[in-house]
Design a binder for this molecule. Structure first.
Ligand code: SF4
Length: 222
């Protein structure tokens, strides 16, 4: 039977409460000191772990901390600095082009606007929402691989497309929790609801998750 929107919203409130209790220090794990650095770090996190990104950005931002410095950087040097994050040729070209576009169109500042952000080279909707939510505290719902997987397991959506999921979740989750929802789900995806081996027996969401493994559900509810 199809679950009503009202029911999903109610179930989501319980899920969020449990996640907040379980991960009280949940936050963006990319280290940054400005919206520009968050933008670049998020671009680098494509196909790469946040830990790996955090290992290269101190040196990268020591050389090029701002749009004006990165716009003038040799692309080869950018590539060398971010080599270990993978896809370093395209990432370095995008970083350079993005910094140049910020200088040309936004006075070197990162715009706090989704439409303007997605026009920047190498910036997709996911990156833009990270920057809006974490960099500017503008509600943005980031849909990454953890969110796609776990939102499906929780049957909040049947979609696999990130943008469609974003719009569906926006109807289910109160706006004030959009940013935290992603941080919490990422923490849960790393710690418990791990891809291909979800630890349902120790999951705080088991009671609210239609995908909980049946034998585990019995153990959880005892
Ligand atoms: S009950 Fe299992 S499938 Fe559901 S969220 Fe928890 S770990 Fe993931």
């Amino acid at each position: 039977m199809r679950e009503s929107l009202k029911n999903k919203q109610e179930r989501m409130r319980h899920i969020l409460k449990r996640l907040f209790e379980t991960y009280p220090n949940s936050k963006c794990s990319l280290e940054h000191t400005s919206p520009f650095q968050l933008l670049i770090s998020t671009m680098l996190s494509a196909q790469c772990t946040d830990d790996r990104v955090n290992k290269v950005t101190p040196e990268l931002f020591k050389h090029y901390p701002t749009a004006i410095t990165m716009a003038a950087a040799p692309v080869d040097h950018l590539a060398e600095l971010v080599r270990s994050t993978g896809f370093f040729n395209s990432k370095s070209k995008n970083m350079s082009a993005c910094a140049i576009a910020l200088m040309e169109n936004h006075g070197g500042e990162v715009p706090a606007d989704l439409d303007a952000l997605v026009k920047l080279p190498g910036v997709g909707r996911k990156t833009a929402n990270v920057v809006l939510g974490t960099g500017f505290h503008v509600p943005g719902l980031v849909v990454d691989t953890h969110v796609i997987r776990i939102a499906n397991l929780l049957r909040m959506t049947k979609q696999k497309d990130a943008v469609k999921i974003e719009f569906e979740l926006q109807k289910i989750i109160d706006k004030e929790y959009w940013v935290m929802f992603t941080h919490l789900i990422i923490d849960h995806g790393r710690a418990v609801c791990i891809a291909r081996r979800p630890q349902c027996h120790k999951c705080v969401l088991a009671e609210y998750c239609p995908s909980v493994l049946p034998e585990e559900a019995i153990r959880v509810r005892k």
